[in-house]
Design a protein around this ligand. Structure first.
Ligand code: GDP
Ligand code: MN
Length: 386
């Protein structure tokens, strides 16, 4: 999950990183008000989940609240082309901040390096909008240093990477707390990327974060319920995927067909999709409900899948392992009973206590199937190919 710049800055500020005073606005009037409250020159920045906003025309220095309002009006609700995203992105919010008197722009970041299997610091004195170009044409201007997970961030490591990155010796002591804070924010929030670019050196010689880019590992989001609210508005995902997150369902992917697919275990669900395809059907989604399959989760998942009006039938594929088949069947029966379901539901149950489960299903409108192939064929023939 990528965070918007303002969310990243809020997070870094909690770790003691100085950030410019600012306010998010989603209308030109709000941008005007924010600029007036800040006073003086401000910078208005498109909040969008792609880098390269400067180059896309999404960052502007405004000398008056009127100018801030006018720039907000030219980009809010409009799309800008982003080279990094290779496409247009709509701007729904801008961040209005006090402008910085920029002397120099540094780059500091931390990310996971698969080769060394470490978190690695990246530091460069040549930060700003052309860092990718610098990485390409002058890789020696960029310091990289894997962090030992047991030793943590040591002073000598900070000095080494800062020197490698071309930071003047006199400024390293000032830079150190930024790297420490970035590291702590990165580790404690299960980030996969934390980056400040530019880290601005102002004309009076202080350091302040001009930008913040933070990405959180989706697999760790359950440990950070606070970030769920961010994910709702921030992911460029399909509306049903956003709805899935809101419902606390993390393993849902929208696929656009007309056969809803729900199963336990990612591999099983993917195989089910293949079988449905082979039988001539089009999966509407991938939804892995994991182990357990309690009634509440089944109901929640069904409600989500059926909220897509294109869904004309649902295929449940459950393998009873530790979870017993009869328990799962009860979960499905209870879950479905509480919903007004008007499409056929085929259930394939296998594994522990599958027979007991299938017997329970026989007393309902749910259509049992003994094998995955049979289940796929049944649902496809019931839904038809229109
Ligand atoms: P990005 O292009 O999406 O990474 O957006 P940035 O937040 O990094 O902004 C792009 C550029 O705007 C920076 O590299 C600065 O050179 C420039 N800029 C000009 N004035 C300001 C200012 O007052 N504050 C900030 N943050 N950036 C400014
Ligand atoms: Mn930037």
């Amino acid at each position: 999950m990528k965070m918007q710049e303002y969310q990243g800055k809020e997070l870094l500020a909690k770790y003691g990183v100085p950030v410019p005073k600012g306010q998010v606005a989603d209308s030109p009037e709000q941008a005007f008000e924010a600029a007036r409250a800040l006073g003086g020159t401000v910078v208005v920045k498109a909040q969008v989940l792609s880098g390269g906003r400067g180059k896309a025309g999404g960052v502007k220095v405004a000398k008056s609240p009127e100018e801030a309002r006018d720039f907000a009006a030219t980009i809010l609700g409009k799309e800008l082309y982003f080279e990094q995203a290779k496409g247009n992105l709509r701007i729904d919010q801008v961040l209005v901040e006090e402008a910085l008197a920029i002397e120099k722009e540094y780059y500091i970041g931390i990310t996971t390096d698969r080769t060394t299997q470490r978190n690695v610091f990246i530091v460069s004195s040549q930060g700003g909008m052309d860092i990718e170009e610098v990485a390409h044409s002058n890789p020696d201007a960029i310091g990289r240093l894997p962090v030992d997970p047991f030793l943590g961030v040591r002073d000598f490591a900070i000095r080494r990477v800062a020197v490698q990155g071309g930071i003047p010796a006199a400024e390293i002591a000032q830079l150190a707390p930024f790297l420490r804070a970035l590291y702590d924010a990165y580790v404690e929030n299960d980030a996969t990327l934390a980056e400040i670019n530019p880290l601005v050196v102002t004309k009076d010689g202080t350091l302040i974060a001009g930008d913040a880019k933070i990405e959180i590992d989706d697999n760790a989001l359950f440990r950070h319920p606070d970030f769920r609210a961010y994910a709702e508005v921030s992911e460029e995902s399909h509306e049903y995927e956003k709805e899935a997150r809101r419902r606390g369902i993390s393993n849902y992917v929208y696929l656009g067909g007309n056969i809803g697919i729900i199963g336990n275990g990612a591999g099983l669900v993917m195989t089910t999709m293949d079988e449905v395809k082979r039988a001539g059907g089009e999966p509407a989604d991938f939804l892995d409900i994991g182990g357990g399959a309690k009634a509440e989760l089944v109901r929640n998942s069904m409600e989500l899948v059926l909220s897509d009006p294109n869904v004309r039938g649902v295929l449940f594929n459950i393998f009873g392992g530790i979870t017993r088949g009869d328990e799962v069947a009860r979960g499905i029966i209870e879950g479905v009973a509480s919903l007004d379901v008007r499409v056929p539901i085929v259930v394939r149950l296998a594994g522990t206590n599958a027979e007991e489960g299938l017997e329970l299903l026989n007393t309902t409108d749910l259509i049992p199937a003994a094998t995955m192939q049979e289940a796929a064929q049944k649902i496809v023939s019931l839904v038809g190919n229109d």
